[in-house]
Design a protein around this ligand. Structure first.
Ligand SMILES: [Zn+2]
Length: 454
């Protein structure tokens, strides 16, 4: 089955930044077969011909940090900073079960797909006992919606009695957390090229996880050859606590526990010294930059331009919807560009660099830069086609600017592995009104459990 897109503007995001004002993309067998100027080569006849006139084609976006379960707890703790926000939300999250997690994940993934995302990393670290298979529910939801999932098996073992932030009732035993992590890898991790489900290892953060769990999780991950992910250097308060407790910065702490390296990507990295950025760049440790979440929680502005200059692989993350009620990925390009400019001036980040963060940068964070992130022959056919013919975008001088500076355009087509996930701005594989209905029921049930609704 060969799909041929013709007549579109194309931003390939290859190493040279090649673009075509009127070009073609040919997809065959889940892979990109040809990309170039003008119509497709005559020896590649189409089974399915897509008229790309008036559209911009980009690689599908890669979301590097999320907590899909939080789609069921949006709109809460609206004025809180990170630590206060967490303390208010932990008791609500304690009511999570398999059905709520499935409904929230499906809704969150539909939102991601509707904003151009074809690969999503999800960091799930809440595992109350006896409430079903929460990780399995997330994997199910991704398979239903049709996009790639990197499920980060998270964990917390440091409750308030051990000086941590979460209530004791919400944390696991260190041994149970490590066992659960090993089981998730054995059950779900598919290392093959083109895979749709991979597992990563993700103890939550220094203030909710013991040093033993951090180093034990690193051993589990490296023995299995899977990637490692955690939150780090998100707020000034975290840095203060780290200095007081361990007499080192968060990056020094991570380094001490084996959490720096080319198989690690870290969420946030907002508060980093020049030395910390050099450490991340030299070790090729990735950063999941979450500009909307950082803005909502008042966490600060990450040094994205400095990180890119130092060679740090930087990707974009929507982060959990409890700290980013929009929950989409497309809007993060503009938010990242504007925050970088507020920090470092108008030349700090341009539209094409923002597009790179959402594609190649994200692919590098997930260790999939050979498979994903650009439109080149042989890469996986994860392709977004944005319609620029509406009043919001028509006539603009530059299609990439239309998408990044302007409002996010509607998706004419989104392919993951060559299969249609979105067509004419609607999900192909799920009925969105059903997903929304299930979400409303799940959110209300969770709020009732927490005593927020009668
Ligand atoms: Zn997060």
């Amino acid at each position: 089955m060969r799909t041929v897109i013709e007549g579109a503007a194309i931003a390939t995001v290859d190493a040279d930044g090649t673009e075509y004002t009127d070009g073609h993309v040919v997809v065959n067998g889940g892979l990109i077969e040809s990309v170039g100027s003008g119509p497709a080569p005559a020896d590649l006849p189409a089974d399915h011909l897509v008229d790309g006139r008036g559209c911009l084609v980009t690689p599908g976006f890669v979301n590097t940090h999320h907590h899909l379960y939080q789609w069921a707890t949006r709109g809460m703790a609206q004025q809180s900073d990170l630590f206060d926000w967490l303390v208010r939300l932990y008791p609500v999250w304690a009511g999570l079960d398999e059905d709520i997690t499935r409904a929230a994940a499906a809704a969150g993934l539909v939102r991601l797909a509707r904003t151009g995302c074809t690969t999503a990393a999800d960091h799930h670290y809440i595992f109350p006992s006896g409430v079903g298979d929460l990780l399995g529910a997330t994997v199910d939801a991704a398979q239903t919606v049709g996009i790639r999932l990197h499920a980060v098996r998270g964990s917390m073992d440091r409750g308030t009695s051990a000086g941590g932030l979460p209530p004791d009732s919400l944390v696991e035993d260190t041994a149970d957390a490590l066992d659960g992590t090993g089981e998730a890898i054995a059950r779900w991790h598919d290392a093959s090229r083109g895979s749709f489900v991979r597992i990563a290892v993700g103890p939550c953060s220094p203030f909710s996880v013991s040093a033993d769990l951090m180093s034990g999780a690193a051993e589990v991950a490296r023995a299995a050859g899977v990637r490692m992910h955690t939150h780090l250097a998100e707020t000034v308060e975290e840095e203060k606590q780290c200095l007081a407790e361990y007499a080192c910065t968060p990056v020094e702490y991570a380094e001490r526990l084996g959490w720096i390296g080319p198989d690690v990507w870290l969420a946030h990295g907002v508060h980093l010294s020049d030395g910390a950025i050099r450490t991340l760049g030299a070790s090729r440790t990735g950063i999941a930059h979450c500009p909307t979440s950082n803005s909502r929680l008042g966490a600060g502005i990450a040094r994205v331009a400095d990180m890119l200059a130092a060679g740090v692989p930087v990707g974009l993350g929507a982060d959990g919807a409890a700290s980013n009620e929009d929950g989409g990925l497309g809007g993060e390009l503009r938010q990242a560009m504007y925050l970088a400019r507020l920090r470092d001036g108008a030349g700090a980040l341009d539209a094409r660099r923002a597009l790179w963060l959402a594609t190649m940068g994200g692919a590098a964070c997930l260790g999939r830069q050979e498979e994903l992130g650009s439109l080149e022959p042989g890469k996986l056919a994860d392709v977004a086609m944005w319609r620029l013919t509406g009043v919001e975008h028509a006539g603009i001088a530059d299609p990439v600017a239309a998408m990044v500076f302007g409002s996010l355009p509607p998706l004419a087509l989104l392919l993951a592995g060559g299969h249609a996930v979105i067509e004419d701005d609607e999900s192909c594989l799920v009925t969105e009104s059903d997903v929304a209905g299930d979400l409303a029921v799940a959110s209300a049930r969770l709020a009732r459990k927490a005593g927020l609704l009668r």
